[in-house]
Write a protein that binds this ligand. Structure first.
Ligand code: SF4
Ligand code: SF4
Length: 294
């Protein structure tokens, strides 16, 4: 069984590890003390794999590298000489990982003939990154990402396959891989990072997804970022040579976009979740901050 999983990981260019399903110590307490957006806190948030599959015996954790941008988004990519441009993280332009990672896990469940299984891709309570460390995909970085010390860095999305198959667990990835490095803390435009802690309210990834009006400070922190931000990953030495490009997009193209065009262009991407108005607001914000008001 183990060799099938290893072969699958090699064929799909993924990271895969296995963890026992026992709850991870300290996670509940950490979540209770941490403000997190877009997710409920315990006890509303159910953290244990057994809450999702009562006879669970193993948690298979898969890390899939970011996919290239969808073909449909080519119309918003800046042409050479475009005067007004902003930046979008490649993950926002790729096919939505919730679907691509789920598809990979469905394929894997079929391959190992899992009698009962449950797939969680940002769709349940367990904290995927905690399980990724437990299953040995990588270590916790000071930038709050899971970093693979092999050649994968941190640019991967995580999904969980809970199964009632009993599989041997992988060695956890709980090493200190950062040492004295502080590059990510220094580079963060919102100064949102302390080692291993994120103040999400100052994080561009959150700001570019939140509803409502943005404060002057939030607009300043965004800089040229229209959607998501991965600066703290880009500067990380473990990502040298594996960081996907930030994509330069046309601000005028985005500001003139209609809802229909948004549907055709962004329907397969993660940006579809927050919708048309948020993307247009962000494009107008970057235009006003960087170009109009200087
Ligand atoms: S994603 Fe950007 S804003 Fe958020 S912590 Fe990383 S560098 Fe800071
Ligand atoms: S940039 Fe340095 S401190 Fe930050 S996660 Fe990477 S190795 Fe760790």
């Amino acid at each position: 069984m183990r060799h099938l999983i290893t072969q699958f990981a090699e064929q799909k260019n993924c990271l895969i590890g296995i963890a026992d399903p026992n709850p991870i110590p300290g996670v509940r307490e950490r979540l209770e003390q941490t403000e997190t957006p877009f997710a409920p806190k315990p006890p509303m948030r159910k953290l244990s794999p057994a809450d999702y599959l009562p006879d669970v015996k193993s948690v298979i954790v898969l890390g899939a590298s970011y996919a290239p941008p969808c073909a449909e988004v080519s119309s918003i990519i800046a042409r050479p000489g475009e005067p007004y441009t902003g930046l979008i993280s490649s993950m926002a332009l790729s096919p939505d990982y919730h679907r691509t990672v789920r598809a990979l896990l469905i394929e894997l469940a079929g391959l190992i003939s899992a009698p009962h299984y449950k797939i969680l891709v940002d769709s349940g309570g367990p904290v995927e990154r905690e399980w990724a460390v437990k299953a040995g995909l990588g270590f916790w970085g000071k930038n709050c990402c899971v970093i693979s010390p092999s050649n994968k860095g941190s640019f991967f999305n995580i999904g969980l396959l809970l199964t009632d198959l009993a599989l041997p667990a992988s060695q956890p990835g709980d090493m200190d891989g950062c040492g004295t490095c502080t590059r990510c803390l220094e580079a963060c435009p919102g100064k949102a990072l302390e080692p291993f802690r994120l103040n999400y309210k100052n994080c561009v990834s959150y700001i570019t997804q939140k509803n409502g009006e943005l404060s002057a400070e939030e607009q300043r922190i965004m800089g040229k970022q229209i959607y998501f931000c991965d600066i703290c990953q880009r500067v990380c030495p473990y990502n040298e040579g594996v960081a996907p490009e930030q994509v330069k997009v046309s601000l005028t193209g985005l500001m003139n976009m209609t809802e229909d065009t948004f549907g055709q262009t962004c329907v397969y991407t993660a940006m579809n979740w927050k919708g048309f108005k948020i993307l247009k607001r962000n494009a107008a914000t970057v235009f006003n901050t960087i170009y109009k008001w200087g």
